[in-house]
Design a protein around this ligand. Sequence first.
Ligand code: DQA
Length: 149
Amino acid sequence: MPDIHVLNGPNLNLLGSREPAVYGTTTLAQIEASLRAKASTRGFGVVFRQSNHEGDLVQWIQEAGAVGAPVILNAAGYTHTSIALADAIMGSGARVIEVHLSNVHGREEFRRHSFISAVAEGVILGFGPKSYDLALDVLMSGGEKNGNS
Ligand code: DQA
């Protein structure tokens, strides 16, 4: 099994201090450490990345697709704007679980649309850092794609 790639979009580097009422106080480094620890107990490696640049995320999705690595993707603000990220998922064939810390459906109207959801295998949102954790559980359980995507 290839490493599990955890890809994070813009402003997630600010977690911990960014709008704590919405995103909590856990930092991205803490999320990374917790995922690495959990994955390692089951013998899985983790590639954990964050960028504020859309092209980096496109590149990383393509790289994951090329080696057959599953992806946990929090595209952050690009979720709601990026056809390029959706194209990267479709074009590379990467297996992607979309995650969000917050419940985007309970927030501003513009957050209700995701370009990622239609091309992701599934979506987990609203559980804070636990959203990442649940996505990791799915990937480590070896669950097959459910046929809905
Ligand atoms: C987010 C939700 C997005 O709407 C927002 O732009 C983010 C974070 C989340 O994890 O809740 O940056 O993806």
